[in-house]
Design a protein around this ligand. Structure first.
Ligand code: PGA
Length: 251
């Protein structure tokens, strides 16, 4: 039985004040929301120590949105996975579509980050997803499996024992155009089947979460699909009550 995971991706939002308020509100409901889901919040890097402090006794875990793959060195502006690991970070998002499309990250970089995160004892949340043009061109399967294979080839199938996959169609992120439960399930099923070809046990255990305009109105029908094990939530995770209800949905 895979435990549902709901991760909030706060992206580049928040101030010390708003982040503190949001964290306290979430923490006050931690006992309730953690019944249905494992809950993770991924604030901007500079707010991680604040989150670590406020959530020190909480069941809500702290995640990061990115990590650099080199352990140290002349990489101005970057944060190493080992630096995040020092701050009770449990999960790190890698290969988010904004990293791929705004910052030009390629599969090779995403794979290196995945390995670096695991080498520090943290769990990567590997994002995969096609653009609208790719979907309309009928190449969704090829695109998603190519992104997945890049990591499987580099990190090995065993690495998926300690990893989460997030299917995030690029056209659904921040647009309000959520994939329908059937559309999402179809791709989640493909991903799981592909992993099963390498190892059926690992495939049955790996959590594949959906991201792209998840909200209170669609979370239950998405999470109710057989291969959807939770969500990676952007905009809606910045509103405490909305995020709490997404984490608490019953299937
Ligand atoms: P969204 O973002 O929920 O605002 O669409 C999801 C994400 O980018 O992870």
């Amino acid at each position: 039985m895979r435990q549902r995971l709901v991760a909030g991706n706060w992206k580049m939002h928040g101030t010390r004040l708003t982040v503190t308020t949001l964290l306290k509100e979430l923490d006050a409901s931690a006992a309730v929301i953690s019944v249905a889901s494992e809950v993770v919040i991924c604030p901007a890097c500079i707010h991680i120590p604040l989150a670590e402090h406020i959530l020190r006794n909480s069941s809500i875990k702290v995640g990061a949105q990115n990590a650099y793959h080199e352990p140290q060195g002349a990489f101005t502006g970057e944060v190493a996975a080992s630096m995040l690991a020092e701050h009770s970070v449990r999960y790190v998002i890698v290969g988010h579509s904004e990293r791929r499309h705004v910052f030009g990250e390629k599969d090779a970089t995403v794979s290196a980050k995945f390995v670096a995160v695991q080498s520090q004892g943290m769990i990567p949340i590997l994002c995969l997803g096609e653009t609208l043009k790719q979907r309309e061109g009928g190449v969704t399967r090829d695109v998603v499996l190519q992104q997945l294979d890049a990591v499987m080839d580099r990190a090995g199938i065993e690495s998926f024992k300690e990893a989460v996959i997030a299917y995030e169609p690029v056209w659904a992120i921040g647009t309000g155009n959520t994939a329908t439960p059937d559309q999402a399930q179809e791709v989640h099923g493909l991903i799981r089947e592909h992993i099963a070809q390498a190892d059926s046990k690992i495939s049955a255990g790996v959590r594949i979460i959906y991201g792209g305009s998840v909200n209170t109105g669609n979370a239950a029908s998405l999470f109710g699909q057989p291969d959807i094990d939770g969500g990676l939530v952007g905009g809606a995770s910045l509103k405490a009550q909305e995020f709490i209800s997404i984490c608490s949905v019953e299937e």
